[in-house]
Design a binder for this molecule. Structure first.
Ligand SMILES: [Ca+2]
Length: 224
C-alpha cells in the first residue's frame, strides 16, 4: 500500500494504497483500514508538556482480522505521515476506481486530499461498493447494517452519517474483496427491520440496492 500526496492551494495530497480502506469497517479478515487525524487542541501545549506537540502525525491502522491491527502510517510516505494539526477526516471514492480516498482538514491550515493509488500486485485487488436507497427506511439508508461474505471471509459495515469532527463521508459502503471477483452473499438489515439478501454480486462496480427490491442499478468502476 502506498499513499502519495500532491498539494495544491489548499487541497490535496495523495495517498497511494493497494487496498481500499474504511474508517467504519469491522471485519473478520480482509484489507480494511482505520484512519485517525491527530493534533492537540492547545497551540502552546509544549510550554506545559514538553513531550506533547501541537502538530502530530496521523495514524492509519490496517485491520489484520481477529481484533488485531497494525500501524502502517510511515509506510505511506512522509507526505502522508507529516505532523499536522488535524481536526476532521472524511472519505469517498473521488475518482470511481473502487478505492476510498481520504480528506483531512487542519486547524487554520490547508485541507489535504489523499488519493488512494494501487501499486504493484495490489493493483489487482477487487472491491465492491454498495449504495442504499430506503423506501420504508430513510431514503439514504443511514443506520443500515451490511454483512458481506466473499471467499469465506465476512465483513460488516454500518452506514453512518458521519464519524469525525464536523465531517461527513459519502453515503456509500466500500468493501475490499482482495482477490475475490464477487461477493458470495450480502445481507442488508434496514432500520425498518426489512432484511434483503443478495448473492453473487460481481466486484468492480457500485450497486444501488433499493429496500425490498434488491439491486436496482449498477455502475462499473473506471467511469467517472
Ligand atoms: Ca478512489
Amino acid at each position: 500500500m502506498k499513499l502519495r500526496a500532491q498539494k495544491s492551494a489548499a487541497l490535496p495530497c495523495s495517498l497511494s494504497a493497494s487496498d481500499v480502506f474504511s474508517s467504519t469497517t469491522t471485519s473478520t479478515a480482509g484489507p480494511t483500514f482505520s484512519f485517525v487525524a491527530n493534533g492537540h487542541i492547545d497551540a502552546d501545549i509544549q510550554r506545559v508538556q514538553a513531550n506533547v506537540k501541537y502538530a502530530m502525525p496521523p495514524h492509519l491502522f490496517r485491520n489484520l482480522g481477529k481484533g488485531k491491527f497494525e500501524e502502517v502510517t510511515k509506510s505511506l510516505g512522509q507526505a502522508f505521515a507529516s505532523p499536522r494539526v488535524g481536526r476532521g477526516a472524511a472519505y469517498a471514492d473521488i475518482n470511481n476506481d473502487g478505492r476510498l480516498d481520504l480528506l483531512l482538514s487542519t486547524n487554520g491550515g490547508p485541507v489535504y486530499l489523499f488519493r488512494n493509488e494501487a501499486q504493484g500486485a495490489a493493483a489487482s485487488n477487487h472491491s465492491l461498493r454498495i449504495k442504499l436507497t430506503g423506501t420504508k427506511s430513510n431514503r439514504n439508508g443511514i443506520g443500515s447494517t451490511v454483512q458481506l461474505s466473499a471467499g469465506g471471509e465476512t465483513q460488516t459495515q454500518m452506514l453512518r452519517s458521519g464519524s469525525s469532527y464536523l465531517s461527513a463521508s459519502e453515503l456509500v459502503l466500500t468493501f475490499g474483496l482482495a482477490h475475490n471477483d464477487k461477493a458470495d452473499t450480502i445481507e442488508i438489515r434496514w432500520p425498518s427491520g426489512q432484511i434483503d439478501r443478495l448473492s453473487n454480486a460481481a466486484a468492480g462496480q457500485t450497486v444501488t440496492v433499493t429496500e425490498g427490491k434488491g439491486i436496482t442499478s449498477t455502475r462499473k468502476f473506471g467511469k467517472q
